[in-house]
Design a protein around this ligand. Structure first.
Ligand code: KIV
Ligand code: ZN
Length: 381
């Protein structure tokens, strides 16, 4: 698991962090057990440079990566920022799609190949661990992508990342792209293939899993899925899909301590002020909340009826049975028990009747409402 919360995540509107804040997130990621922490883009600003230096010096277990465009200057700044890292990685990138080459860089394919070879070779003079990303890989002519990756591998890249930079790929496209690179690039078996998905169409997690099915052995993600535009593949989603789905459970171990996902997600939300939406998979406030009576009844009988993982698995607060107009009698009786009241069947019937009437008028039912119902006050108010 390669986490880029501090680089691609931080680039998204409203998510920028100070150096000390980055350090706190980096420590949480390191303790959680992600393998690579991308600390930032050192050439971007002096403050960013210092933040990468601080993260590099404090992370104990994970590899620390720093991003660099495919230029010697960027690569040198990245290498400098990583001086104190126990396991430094320079991550250099260049777009490979004609659209980006022509309209963003104003160069042709030959010049792109030259820059890729030069940047990777230069990075290898500084560190042994060099990642090359073919930006916009999913919109790149497959024949040229194979050529570009071959140049990177030849120049000494140890990881090759194929990003879906604009979240435009279907799983079939991802599968074809990885198959083409694996079968077309000499020496590819000696490098780690990686996928980096953006979520513009909500496909980033699914595409990351498909990449793994087709030979990727690194997936790039962010906490809470923060990132450019609609964000990146969410770390918590990929980790839990690999852990929960039988087809992956037996084959992959991420080494991530999943019970740290919830606390890390909350830490990031506190720092950035951006909370994941309530229905966000794994870390959203409603990820373990049940309002429908049928669901509540099921969960009370056996949580596995409506929960594919437990809140404890991911460090979330206990499951919540939300009381609203869809709730059933079982959940209501249980809530009264939690409040210290064991209702007789007659009391339960009366309370449930009054509760349903109240829930039709009021969206959220609180414990005070239940007490008022119990003592006979609410409906008269
Ligand atoms: O989305 C992207 O292509 C990137 C690269 C720099 C890896 O973030
Ligand atoms: Zn990205």
């Amino acid at each position: 698991m390669f986490d880029t919360t501090l680089r691609d995540g931080e680039q998204s509107p409203g998510s920028s962090m100070t150096g000390p804040e980055k350090l706190r997130v980096a420590r949480a990621l390191d303790e959680m057990g992600v393998n690579v922490i991308e600390a930032g883009f050192p050439v971007a600003s002096p403050e960013e440079f210092e933040a990468v230096v601080a993260v590099a010096g404090s992370v104990e277990k994970a590899t620390v990566a720093a991003l660099a465009r495919a230029s010697r200057h960027d690569v040198e700044r990245a290498a400098e920022a990583l001086t104190d890292a126990r396991r430094p990685r320079i991550h250099t990138f260049l777009p490979t799609s004609d659209l980006h080459l022509e309209h963003k860089l104003g160069i042709g394919r030959d010049e792109a190949l030259r820059r890729i070879g030069d940047a990777v070779e230069h990075a290898r003079r500084h560190v042994d661990d060099v990642e090359f990303s073919a930006e916009d890989a999913t919109r790149t002519d497959p024949t040229f992508l194979v050529q570009a990756v071959a140049v990177a591998v030849q120049a000494g890249a140890t990881t090759v990342n194929l990003p879906d930079t604009v979240g435009f790929a279907h799983a079939d496209d991802v599968a074809r792209m990885f198959d083409a690179v694996r079968s077309g690039v000499p020496g590819i078996e000696g490098v780690v293939l990686s996928f980096h998905g953006h979520d513009d169409l909500g496909l980033a997690t699914a595409n990351s899993l498909t990449a793994l099915d087709h030979g990727a052995r690194q997936v790039e993600c962010t906490l809470n899925g923060i990132g450019e535009r609609a964000g990146n593949a969410a770390l918590e989603e990929v980790v839990m899909a690999l852990r929960v789905l039988p087809r992956y459970r037996e084959r992959y171990a991420t080494g991530v301590r999943a019970e740290r996902l919830g606390p890390a997600s909350r830490l990031l939300a506190r720092i950035t002020g951006i909370r994941p939406q309530p229905n966000k998979a794994v870390v959203g406030a409603n990820a373990f909340a049940h309002e429908a009576g049928i669901h509540q009844h099921g969960v009370l009988a056996d949580p596995r009826t409506y929960e594919i993982m437990t809140p404890g698995d991911v460090g979330a607060p206990e499951s919540v049975l939300v009381l609203g107009k869809h709730s059933g009698r079982h959940a209501l009786v249980r809530r009264y028990e939690d409040l210290g009241f064991t209702l007789t069947p007659e009391e339960a019937s009366r309370a449930y009747r009054l509760f349903v009437m109240l829930a039709d008028r009021k969206r959220d039912i609180h414990d005070e409402d239940l007490l008022a119902i119990y003592y006979g006050g609410t409906m008269e108010r």
